[in-house]
Design a protein around this ligand. Structure first.
Ligand code: FES
Ligand SMILES: [Fe+2]
Length: 450
């Protein structure tokens, strides 16, 4: 593995992606900023009790106080995937992105600009947008009709005193960045982690898949009555895949599920080693067809815990569907199928799964200590016509899998609520969960990397 140097310019070459591992050092200029150490004594006590290699103590999964600390130290500090630009193609199109107790208005200002604002009126604090999505030439508060432009400036407020300054009463902006068609928001009050230094090297693979020019073919909602950490932990291991996911397993080789089911380093070491030559052979073929091959496997002390894993489909499978045939045309820059797929995870509230023919965006959004939103957006190539896309075939595998994940994660939460819950030992197939937990604890600034 090579060490990252985020001060170097980002050049779109396969070599930059191959084997990248982030290891930022505190104090180096230009490197990702670490959250300020958490001052909450209760969190310090809870974190001191965590035993690595075991699931977390109950409070981390059920407590409102821990959720409040998570919002402050973790969730508000990260660049999080809020959606795809094709959801808001026209000026004034908007949608609400709800996360924790916050609502973010994501709105198209013009052809070149998408803005994000907290959905809080600067008069007496009413929400301004109530609909989940819509179109608005101006943002008008329904309470007393203060009116804001698409750039967030206060345009009109009736009968205000002479010393009232409209210029100081614009909507509170939220950090936003559109990158290859993906809309990222960051709720940090101060300067957020530098976006390009954090995500720039994901550009070549997003470009290859044609994410910027893709269109939304289908979307699904799987709200889950569970803490966000359980939702993410479930997605970070494939130990449960065989008992819980018959459809998923039918689309993948058993060897692949054990070795790299939830990331390049998620399985037992001997299984990863045995699988490596097959991946290398496929990488050589895929690279010859133009795919930027390689992986990203950020360490637990990274800012956004990115993971990119690319590997071949099940033998004979063109796409992740029931019968292995393609449901839609090739995506992006491909001229021929390379019969591979990728899993890209970051922040770690966001996941992208893609094969030659379609892309799925997963959004795992914390709402409260016991509630998480899980949204899936299926993207196809922007040039694909409606008749060329078989939506039922495309959504079959991951709709079933995510519906099952909702149930098993809610069962996990219900059991953790018991007075008899105690942290349990992780298996050798849950290495990525352990890394996620190390990363999570690091966000509190207590230097617990082990
Ligand atoms: S609270 Fe919005 S105009 Fe009064
Ligand atoms: Fe699952």
């Amino acid at each position: 593995m090579t060490q990252s140097n985020v001060n170097e310019p980002v050049i779109a070459t396969p070599d930059l992606i191959r084997g990248k591992q982030s290891s930022p050092c505190a104090g180096d200029p230009g490197l990702p900023r670490r959250s300020a150490p958490c001052k909450d004594e209760n969190m310090h006590r809870l974190i001191a009790d965590v035993q690595m290699g075991y699931s977390l103590p109950q409070d981390f999964y059920v407590s409102d106080a821990v959720f409040a600390a998570d919002m402050e130290q973790v969730i508000s500090q990260k660049w999080i995937l809020a959606g795809h630009v094709s959801r808001i193609p026209n000026k004034g199109d908007y949608f609400l992105f709800k996360i924790g107790g916050e609502q973010i208005i994501v709105i198209r200002e013009n052809a070149d600009s998408v803005r994000a604002f907290f959905n809080v009126c600067r008069h007496r604090g009413s929400t301004i947008c109530q609909a989940e999505s819509g179109n608005a030439p101006r943002l008008v508060c329904p309470y007393h009709a203060w009116t804001f432009g698409l750039d967030g400036r206060l345009i009109s407020a009736r009968l205000m005193p002479d010393d009232f300054d409209k210029a100081e009463n614009g909507l509170h902006p939220c950090h936003i960045r559109v990158f290859h068609g993906l809309i990222f928001i960051n709720m940090s009050e101060g300067a957020p982690d530098d976006f390009d230094a954090t995500f720039g090297d994901m550009g070549p693979i997003l470009d290859y898949h044609g994410i910027a020019g893709a269109r939304i073919a289908h979307a699904g909602s799987y709200p889950t009555t569970a803490n966000w950490k359980l939702v993410i932990e479930n997605f970070f291991e494939c130990y449960h895949c065989v008992p819980s996911h018959p459809e998923f397993c039918s689309m993948h080789d058993a060897e692949s599920i054990v070795a790299v089911g939830a990331g390049p380093s998620s399985g037992p070491a001997d299984a990863i080693q045995a699988y490596a030559p097959k991946i290398a052979a496929w990488e050589a073929r895929a690279a010859a067809l133009g795919r930027p091959v390689g992986n990203i496997d950020d360490a637990a002390d990274s800012s956004h815990l990115r993971l990119l894993m690319q590997r071949m489909n099940k033998d004979g499978w063109a796409a992740e569907t029931q019968d292995g045939t393609a449901p839609s045309p090739l995506m992006g820059k491909r001229t021929a199928p390379d019969k591979g797929r990728m899993h890209l995870s970051f922040s770690p509230f966001s996941q992208i799964v893609a094969d030659d023919h379609f892309v799925i965006l997963f959004q795992f959004t914390p709402r409260s200590a016991l509630e998480s939103d899980v949204e899936m957006i299926w993207l196809v190539d922007g040039r694909a016509t409606e008749t060329e896309v078989d939506i039922e075939k495309m959504v079959w595998g991951y709709h079933a899998t995510t519906s099952q994940d909702k149930i098993i994660t809610e069962n996990n939460q219900a059991g953790i609520m018991s007075s008899r819950y105690r942290p349990g030992r992780y298996s050798e197939q849950e290495g990525s969960v352990v890394k996620f937990q190390q990363w999570y604890l690091n966000q509190f600034g207590l230097e617990r990397v082990e």
